[in-house]
Design a protein around this ligand. Structure first.
Ligand code: NAD
Length: 502
């Protein structure tokens, strides 16, 4: 059985740990590899390596650091097919979706290529007579990324390109469910010219993460995953004096107005609810429909489209499937339990994905697209993140009731409105309590040069990932105030004891 190891100081490094976690191909249910679960002592060694590599990398000019990013971008493009296949085989998502994920990560690398401009700081001449001020945006030191299973390429690339480009060293702790891609990224960074020790991958579970959260040499922690863990990461890292951004779970609602282009909205909702088997933090899991007529029309359209969906393995010869399996047998069982609970609590189950069997892939972790109508806010399937291909339809009499519903939910990652009315859309984007808003756009994921992050219990910490927030997160500001008198010798100097006001 092949073992996925660590990448430390520029090379694949065999762990001495005797703890391992299995890795499966979700389309077949077969174990394909195992991943090492590093010990606390091993993680401390990785921190020491990243700490030792920091001074030289921090002093490397931003232009040279950007050139590594340019080469890394080219290598990502050259290796796209290989990377997408690794993702599809370990995660289960369909091949084109895996290509899409790498592409969204690559866009952050492109953004990081502009670091000489982004890290310039500010300058003011003559803040007082003959006195100038300028700010330096200096790197922090050892930064850490702890990432979820659902985007093994994109989420790490939300973090490390900007962290590295700004002059930090980085330790990535990928999800133990699909860790192989992280090692490929590490090898490509080395090939791009990144010095050894600047980027490291350490595999493991809570034992490894806890060292990274408490080790004094770690300066900053970026986390993406479920809300309970995000909250734990944020409170522990902060209590140990580290900067932390921790992105959590979601329950993204869209609101469908009666005047919307229904066909366009239904197509958008299909992709956003069932793409990647609903395992996206920006998946639409609740459709709030205004008016019964709108609800009936939407259901008719979705029912038709669901019947035509192709579900199967992520990589096939010929026509690609629309949806692959979910990540694990445990997760499949959890999703099916949610569906059962929805029925028990009185929601109308219109399409049931629980008993789907794919011929030739009987042991795969497949759950079919599932559609509930008449879902109420007190039901478990409304309140909790299911993270599977389950869409809940909530009927409301008017726009305001729908908006109030969205705003009362504990999560506030993304949301969307479908309407032809500009004023309603404008009002919605102003009043809705969520971090990312789509207007006739179902999954409003900001581009790399903007920042990604939710509101409420979907995020912990003030700065979002990538874009300008990312640059701010991975740098600290130092403001230098300087004075060069024309001739120090000629001036009369006296002591001043009041607050300088220039
Ligand atoms: P998870 O919280 O189970 O795991 C995320 C990471 O935390 C993994 O690397 C895991 O090893 C580590 N971890 C797990 N338990 C831990 C513990 N007790 N102590 C320390 N570390 C621990 O999440 P997941 O199942 O891999 O990913 C799915 C979740 O991620 C969903 O809730 C989804 O909404 C969320 N997500 C959010 C975003 C976002 O941008 N907000 C993006 C992607 C995924």
């Amino acid at each position: 059985m092949e073992t996925v190891q660590n990448f430390i100081n520029g090379q694949i490094t065999e762990s001495r740990s005797e703890r391992f976690a299995p890795i499966y191909n979700p389309a077949t249910g077969e174990q394909t590899r195992q991943v090492v679960l590093s010990s606390a002592a091993e993680v401390e060694q990785v921190v020491a390596v990243a700490d030792a590599a920091f001074p030289a990398w921090a002093k490397t000019s931003p232009l040279k650091r950007a050139r590594v990013m340019f080469k890394f971008k080219a290598l990502l493009e050259q290796n796209m097919d290989k990377l997408a296949r690794i993702i599809s085989n370990e995660h289960g998502k369909v091949y084109s979706d895996a290509v899409g994920e790498v592409t969204r990560g690559l866009e952050v690398v492109e953004f990081a290529c502009g670091i000489p401009h982004l890290q310039k700081g500010e300058h003011s001449a003559n803040v007082g007579t003959g006195v100038d001020s300028h700010s330096l945006m200096q790197p922090l030191g050892v930064c850490v990324g702890v990432t979820p299973f659902n985007f093994p390429a994109m989420v790490p690339m939300w973090m490390f390109p900007i962290s590295l480009a700004t002059g930090n060293t980085f330790i990535l702790k990928p999800s133990e469910k699909d860790p192989s891609l992280a090692l490929e990224l590490a090898k490509l960074l080395k090939e791009a010219g990144l010095p050894d020790g600047v980027f490291n991958v350490v595999n493991g579970d809570k034992e490894a993460v806890d060292v990274l959260l408490t080790e004094p040499r770690v300066q900053a922690v970026s986390f993406v995953g479920s809300t309970p863990i995000a909250e734990y990461i944020y409170s522990t890292a902060s209590a140990h004096g580290k900067r932390c951004q921790a992105l959590g779970g979601a329950k993204n609602h869209c609101i469908l107005m009666p005047d919307a282009d229904l066909e366009m909205a239904a197509n958008a909702i299909m992709g956003a609810a069932f793409g990647a088997a609903g395992e996206r933090c920006m998946a639409l899991s609740v459709a709030v429909v205004v008016g019964d007529e709108t609800g009936d029309k939407l259901i008719a359209n979705l029912t038709d489209q669901i019947a035509k969906m192709h579900i199967g393995p992520g990589i096939v010869d010929g026509t690609e499937n629309d949806m692959g399996p979910v990540i694990s047998a445990v997760h499949k069982a959890k999703i099916c339990d949610y569906i059962t609970t929805g029925v028990e609590q009185g929601a109308s189950l219109l399409i049931d994905g629980r008993n789907l069997v794919i011929e030739g892939h009987e042991e795969g972790y497949f759950v079919g697209p599932t559609l509930f109508d008449n879902v109420l806010p007190e039901m478990t399937i409304y309140k909790e993140e299911i993270f599977g291909p389950v869409l809940a339809i909530v009927r409301v009499p008017d726009y305001q009731t729908g908006l109030d519903l969205i705003n009362r939910h504990e999560y506030g990652n993304g949301t969307a409105i479908f309407t032809r009315d500009g004023e309603t859309a404008r009002q919605f984007s102003e009043d809705v309590l969520a971090g990312m808003v789509g207007i006739n756009v179902p999954i409003p994921v900001p581009m790399a040069f903007h920042s990604f992050g939710g509101w409420k219990r979907s995020v912990f910490g003030p700065l979002n990932v990538h874009g300008n927030d990312g640059v701010r997160f991975y740098t600290r500001m130092k403001t230098v105030t300087s004075r060069w008198p024309a001739s120090v010798r000629l001036e009369q100097h006296t002591s001043a004891f009041t607050m300088p006001t220039m």
